[in-house]
Design a protein around this ligand. Structure first.
Ligand code: CA
Length: 223
């Protein structure tokens, strides 16, 4: 799951990115309205967290543009203002939810999870492939009823592979899906991450699920 945070307060943005990354989300940050609008309209995000008061382009203008291009996008407004009028305006312009600062991170996380569940995405919360079961919302993966102890990044990688079961995925595509936009695609980070994931997901079990496709990338499937 990929989230865009448009927030001009660096401290808040960094704090949200850290918290959401630890919860297994892939997080991109824009620190002004212009960058936020560009990212929101040039990449796919499962959810956009949008501050209202932003330099260059306001959150109001951004949501109008997002709604025009992606009627189904999920947008949560974040704001220091708490007047009713703003709240009403936010919902009128198409916000899916609204959170007033300061807020507890746990509340933001609960709202985000609820919005993602409510969303129109076809992807289900649970994936079962062979003896592997993934509960996406609970961040739990098991094989043969044994809990797999995965880092948030490993979990995100596993979900991405499993959601595209049977498809050969290039390293570039994997990198774009699991790392944020600042990821350096020249490195062999993807291979290293896959190797680590295999140690946990495949090595202890007889049946292998992650396969290398020479010269192309990786495929996740039961063979
Ligand atoms: Ca602001």
């Amino acid at each position: 799951m990929r989230i865009l945070i448009v927030e001009d307060e660096n401290k808040t943005a960094a704090y949200l990115k850290k918290g959401l990354s630890e919860s297994g989300f892939i997080v991109d940050i824009a620190t002004n309205g212009e960058d936020g609008l560009y990212l929101a309209t040039h990449h796919h995000y499962d959810l956009i967290v949008l501050d209202v008061m932003l330099p260059k382009v306001s959150g109001w203008s951004i949501i109008v543009e997002i709604r025009r291009m992606y009627p189904d996008a999920r947008v949560l407004f974040l704001t220091a203002r708490d007047d009713v009028e703003d709240k009403v305006k936010g919902f009128e312009l198409g916000a899916d939810d609204y959170l007033v600062k300061p807020f507890a991170f746990s509340e933001l996380l609960a709202r985000i999870r609820s919005l993602l569940r409510r969303g129109t995405t076809q992807l289900s919360d649970n994936l079962c492939i062979s003896d592997l079961t993934i509960d996406i919302l609970k961040h739990k993966a098991t094989r043969n009823s044994q809990r797999l102890n995965l880092t948030p990044k490993e979990f995100a990688l596993l979900v991405m592979l499993a959601q595209r079961e049977g498809e050969v995925l290039s390293r570039t595509l994997i990198a774009e899906s699991v790392w944020d936009i600042n990821f350096d695609s020249d490195t062999n980070v993807v291979d290293v991450a896959i190797r680590r994931l295999r140690q946990k997901v495949d090595d202890p079990f007889e049946k292998k699920l992650i396969h290398t496709v020479r010269g192309m990338g990786y495929v996740f499937e039961e063979r």
